[in-house]
Structure formats: C-alpha cells, structure tokens
Design a protein around this ligand. Structure first.
Ligand code: IVH
Length: 715
C-alpha cells in the first residue's frame, strides 16, 4: 500500500485528490463487498478527511462521483425525471399453487410456451432468486456513474443519483482500464434483514413508527429528497439485468455476469443453469430452500432464457419479455394463536410489546414470538390476547403479525398501559406517553433496564461531569451487577472497581486502581455539585439544562422539588394562561404547555413508589444537593405588582456578587436585565469601573445606581 500516508515533496493537489479517491473507493469495495478491510476505520477516516479538505480548497477538481459524496449532498426540492434508454419492463408472474396436485403447473406452462415458440424440447434457462426490493437502473458512461433512476412508469423514472451514491457497495467509478462506453445495469436496492431489524429496533426505541418490512423501508429511503437521510439507511444493491449497452458483444447471461464481476458490480446469486424442464424444477426447489439463508428478502425465482439470440426471437409483450418469468413462491404466512403479550423495556425506557405465539413453522424456522412495536400498531390491527393471527417473516427473518384472522370470544381491545398496570414491568416505575410519540416510556431514574443509558447520562459533562465514567464502564458495571442505577455508583469501592473487566471473557481488560480511584474522587466531587446539575442528571424527559436551572431557582433541594407547590399549581391549573405560567417560572425557560407536562412528569415520578424509593436512596447515600441559584417566587404572583415590574436594568462594572446573581435578584422582583443601554433603559447598575456604559447612561439621562440603592429598591 505504497506511500498513501506520506506526502512527497512536490505536492500536486490534483494528483493527490485522484489518488485518494481511487484508494478510498478501493477500501469501500474491500470493506462493503469483500468484508476484508486492509486499513482501520481510523485510517480510513483520516484519508477521507484529507480528501474532503483538499476538495474544499481546490473546488476546480470537483467530481460528483468522489467518495466524499457518499455521505449525502444537499437535499433536493424534487426529483427530476429521466427517460429510460431502454424501457424498464416488468416480468410476468407465474405462481406456485396452493394445495394443487402439481404446485408448479404455471411454471411448467411457461416452459411449454418457450418450447412451442422456439420449436425445441430443451431450452437452456438460468434461475436466480427474485429479490424483494426496489428496481433501480444505473447508467455508466466510460466507467463513471452517470445517473441512477427508479423504474417509474417503465418509460421514465425519478433521477435518484444522489441517493444511490450513498450506497457504498455500488461503484461510482468502474474498476477497469477499458470499461464499455455505455453500460446500463439493472438491479434491486434492498435492505439486508439484520440491518433492517436493527434499524426498526432503534426506531421503536426512539418512539418512531417502524417499517412494515425491508421493502417498504428501502422504497421509503430512496424517496427521500435529502441524501444525508439515505446515507444513514443500511441499503444494499445487487444487479440482475442489462439495459442499454455499447461494448464488446455479450451473447449469454454468463458473459454479462463475467462483465459485472470484472467491473466489481455486485450481482445477484446464486445463479443456477437448467438444460431442461426437470432441471428447472429442481433449481426452483433448491432456490426456495437456499433463499432463506441469503440474509435478505426474496419472494420467488426468476427464470430467464440463457441465450440472447433466443431472447430476441421470443421478444416482448407490451409489458414484459416473453423470455422470462417470475415464479412466485407461496407466501410464508401461517395462522397461529397469540397467547400472551409480554413487554420488554429497552435501554432508553421504551416499552415494547411482544406477541407470544403458539409455535409454528414459517420460512424454515419455528416462530414463537413477534414484536408488536407499539400501541399504535396494536390499535391499527386490533390485536388482542387470544386472537388467531396471520404471521409472516418480514423479509424472512423478523416475525411479524400481519393481521387478525378472528378474535377469541369475549376478548377486548388491548391497552398496553392497562396491561402493565400503568407501571414499568422492569422496575414498577411510572410510565408516560409523550405527546406526538407512539412509545410508552418508563420514567424511573433508577430503572435497571435503563441502567447503562441512565448512568452514562448521569456522568455526562453537562450533568455531573464524571469523566472517567463513559459508556463502556457503565456497560461493565451493569453487566457485572455492580450497579442497577446511577445511585448505586455511590456504593462502589476501590476493591470492586480496580478489577472491573472492561473487555470480554476471552480478552479481559482491567479498569485498574488508578482509574478506579479517579472515578471515586469524581463521585465524591459530584456530591457537592449544585441541584440544577443533579436535576439534569436525573434525565427527566422535557427537563434539559435550562429547565433544570429554572427548577433549582425555585427549589432549595430535591425534597422541595418532590413536593413542590409551584409545580402542583402548574399541574392543577392546566388551563392557566401562558402569562401566569411564565410568571410562575421566571425567566421563561419552562413555559406554557411544556411547563404543565414537565410539572406533571416530575410530580408523578416523585409520588410513585419508585420516586419515593429514589428519595430514600438519596438519603441513604447522604446525598443532598443544594440549589446554588435559589430565588423563590410566591405561588400565585401578581406579576404587575412586583416592585421592579416593567423596569429594565443594565449591569456594568465590578460588583460584590457575580452579575448573574444580580440578574436573578432583579428578575425575581419582576424586572428585566438587558445587555446594552438605550433610551428605554430605566437604570444602570454600576460597580467599580464600568466606563463606556456609564458614559452612555449619563449621555442618555439614564439614572446610574449602585448596589446599595438596588438593595433598597428590591426591598
Ligand atoms: S430480471 C425484463 N431478476 O422484479 C425484466 N428481476 O417483478 C428483467 N427483480 O422489474 C428483470 N429480482 O425489479 C430480474 N433476479 C431478478 C430479480 C428481478 C427482483 C424485480 C425487478 C423486476 C421485477 C419484476
């Protein structure tokens, strides 16, 4: 791998750019297609960033097919249409028949028609899996990806070049010294099953609607106008056909495949040859078994006449070639009974309902559970306990409930909330459903199912800033049962932490005494951190840093927050005007409906058994964080009657307290503090110094006051 990481003395940016592009594409190919990377991710990133910088500094060498474009360029307003060079036809379906004496009857009829039309007994065909994806065409001119398009109506489709560039297994430049002048490759964009399952699990966890199957997810991704979104979806591509072509003659399907291999365009496999009908039937049977191990969704076998001259003789109907057929396998769906619903609590507290099923055989394996995603899905399909349901494997791997066949007598609609008794099944903590989100979530700060996420957040910089406690340490603490929640951290000892294994059983990696004592020191320091950081560290939904500050302004400690009359009032008086809510929580970090929701969630938590338990654990651990910005506001203030109401202050010079303190004092009495002085400023609070603002105040006739005078005004 020559001198890629070292520069020579005569630096030529263009040469370097070209070289980096070639190398990065080669590494893409090694990583995404061969799964045999030669360099580390970090080394790849380094080269990638170097190319990015060079391209930015030398825009004259811009190239749409540069590997840097694979992370997604700017969003489009809409897709432009491209006319296909050769129509993108579909294939006629022939179906595997259910409960028929000869399930392959339609396939046999297709073959007999070939025999008749070509006047021969044995016609060589190829058989390959039919990928359940989205048809896409790629046009390469002189070895460069010119554009990519969807099928559309068959004669014109959407130009989705920017989206397709994000699919790393598709070469944007062909690996050949002498590529054909024009090569149009047709194939399927799809999502591998595992990647699809992982993405859906992530979406469930984030409270986002999940995709029904990998095909929908792929189609949805390609329709995105913003390629950066597409870049995050795990799409893949396999070629299966030839469109327009100008190059050395290709007489058979095999020659076409050899060309694809030479150009490193990924192609559909396996490809089986059959010389006669018997071999054809054996081949489709084989594909029907092997397809389940492919790792992506397939729903049939495509049969194509091998010889390109014979294809020409057979020709086309108005919608499809006469030389090909898609043999559609019986859908892998089965009826079974949904016996129970269990609920899993994810790492971020999302409750995911799971159907427990009478075990049945589907697509080659036994299925006894299927995710129901969330309450919305259950409601949409009216899934109930005891129902007979139709299940399938979405893309052959993830079992899904398609629909209800019939309900059990006397059954009623399923409510996830009632099913778990309004409590987290993992810890008994309260659950809530945020507006606009489908997911129910456990809000308990000490929920063991969420321990890793909660501990990581607890230790994050803006929370209690425990630098030596990252995600991997949190993972190890939870996995090795040393912590079930953030507060357990305060029980840890040097003896437990030193030998903590951060690696695996095969490859252990010790946390070590030095790191352990650093962590213990940081935890000790956390005890003294202000209430606002602790509130933020508790990871209450809706309560960010700003809101946490406001809450600590209104409460001295956690006990006060837990029984807050101010929050009580907000919760009670849902219809209170925004003005009143603003008056209660000054200055405006928590306002309007957010205030009500936040008040509700905080109080509901502390009123719950889990919340009371958290409070007593605080006491047990002698944790009692104090507010460092406490400025209470009386419950129901008449805002207009406050002494500084309507008055604007500017602060300058050196004072005896930090400026923020004075700001809080003024705001607590209804005043406002502004950064710059103008004719509408009422007072300039000035300490030592304060030169230019003081001059300006005098010039504008704004009264200049000192600290004592302000104290008098505050009463
Ligand atoms: S060959 C003239 N081979 O299925 C069309 N198509 O239902 C030749 N498909 O439009 C297409 N896997 O998008 C072919 N192995 C495969 C395929 C395949 C999936 C799609 C393709 C086609 C559609 C027809």
């Amino acid at each position: 791998m020559d001198d890629l990481f070292s520069h020579n003395s005569h630096f030529d940016p263009e040469q370097r750019i070209v070289k980096l592009r070639l190398e990065l594409e080669r590494h893409n190919e090694l990583y995404y297609r061969q799964a045999t990377p030669e360099i580390s991710d970090a080394e790849y990133d380094k080269l990638f960033r170097e190319l990015e910088t060079l391209e930015k500094n030398h825009p004259q060498f811009e190239d749409a097919n540069s590997p840097t474009r694979r992370v997604g360029g700017s969003p489009l307003e809409s897709f432009t249409q491209v006319r296909h060079l050769v129509p993108m036809l579909s294939i006629d379906d022939v179906f595997e028949l259910k409960d028929a004496p000869v399930p392959e009857a339609e396939l046999i009829t297709f073959y007999q028609r070939l025999q008749k039309n070509l006047g021969r007994e044995n016609i060589a065909v190829t058989i390959e899996p039919k990928i359940d994806g989205v048809a896409v065409t790629l046009v390469y001119r002189n070895g460069n990806l010119d554009y990519a398009a969807t099928r559309g109506d068959g004669s014109a489709g959407d130009d989705i070049t920017n989206n397709v560039r994000t699919i790393r297994s598709i070469p944007t430049r062909l690996a050949s010294e002498s590529p054909p002048p024009l090569l149009e490759v047709r194939g399927e964009v799809f999502m591998p099953n595992e990647a699809f399952a992982a993405m859906n699990a992530e979406r469930d966890e984030a409270g986002l609607p999940s995709f029904a199957n990998p095909r929908n997810a792929s189609a949805g991704a390609l329709k995105q106008l913003d390629p950066r979104i597409v870049a995050q979806r795990p799409l893949a591509f396999l070629a299966h056909g030839l469109g327009a072509y100008d190059g050395p003659p290709l007489d058979t399907e095999h020659q076409f495949h050899q060309l694809l291999d030479r150009l490193r365009i990924p192609r559909n496999k396996p490809l089986i040859d059959a010389e006669n009908l018997t071999e054809l039937l054996a081949a489709v049977a084989k594909i029907n078994i092997e397809r389940h191990a492919l790792g992506y969704g397939t729903d049939g076998a495509v049969v194509k006449v091998l010889d390109r001259n014979e294809r020409e003789r057979l020709g086309f109907t108005s919608r499809a070639p006469r030389w090909a057929a898609a043999y559609k396998f019986l859908p892998e769906q089965q009826e079974t009974v949904l016996t129970a619903v269990t609920v899993q609590v994810g790492r971020t507290g999302v409750l995911t309902p799971v159907a427990e099923l009478e075990p049945v055989l589907v697509s080659g394996s036994t299925v006894s559970r299927a995710t129901l995603h969330n309450q919305d899905e259950i409601t949409k399909k009216d899934i109930r306990i005891g129902s007979t349901v139709l299940i399938e494997k979405a893309g052959e791997i993830i079992p899904a409930v398609v629909k209800v066949i019939r309900h059990a007598p006397g059954s009623s609609a399923f409510s996830l909330h009632d099913h778990v008794g309004g409590k987290c099944p993992s810890c008994g903590g309260p659950i809530s459903q945020e507006e606009g989100f489908v997911a129910w979530r456990c809000t308990n700060f000490q929920c063991p199912a969420q321990a890793v996420t909660r501990i990581t957040h607890f230790a994050s910089r803006k929370a209690l800033d425990i630098a030596s406690l990252g995600e991997s340490v949190a993972e190890a603490l939870v996995a090795q049962r040393l912590c079930r929640g953030p507060l357990d951290l305060f029980d840890l000892t040097l003896e437990q932490l030193g030998p903590l294994n951060l690696g695996s059983e095969e490859e252990p990696r010790r946390f070590g005494e030095k790191n352990a004592s650093k962590l213990l020191e940081a935890l000790q320091a956390a005890r003294g951190k202000p209430l606002s950081r602790w509130i933020y560290a508790m990871g209450i939904r809706q309560i960010g840093e700003g809101a946490a500050k406001e809450l600590s302004r209104l409460h001295r400690d956690l006990r006060e927050l837990a029984h807050s009359p101010i929050l009580e009032e907000l919760r009670r008086d849902k219809s209170a005007s925004a003005k009143k809510k603003n008056a209660l929580l000054i200055p405006h970090a928590i306002t309007g409906d957010v205030a009500t929701v936040a008040a509700e969630s905080i109080l509901a938590f502390f009123e719950s058994a889990a919340g009371k338990n958290v409070l007593s654990q605080f006491a047990d651990h002698h944790l009692d964080p104090q507010s460092d910005n406490y400025r209470p506001i009386p419950g129901d203030v008449d805002f207009a009657a406050l002494p500084l109401s309507g008055k604007t202050f500017v602060i300058t010079g050196t004072l005896t307290l930090p400026r923020d303190e004075f700001k809080s004092l003024i705001e607590a009495k209804g005043g406002k503090v502004s950064g710059s002085i103008s004719a509408s400023t009422h007072y300039l609070l000035s300490g030592e110094g304060g030169g230019s603002k003081r001059d300006k105040a005098i010039e504008l006739g704004v009264p200049v006051i000192n600290e004592d005078q302000l104290r008098e005004m505050l009463g």
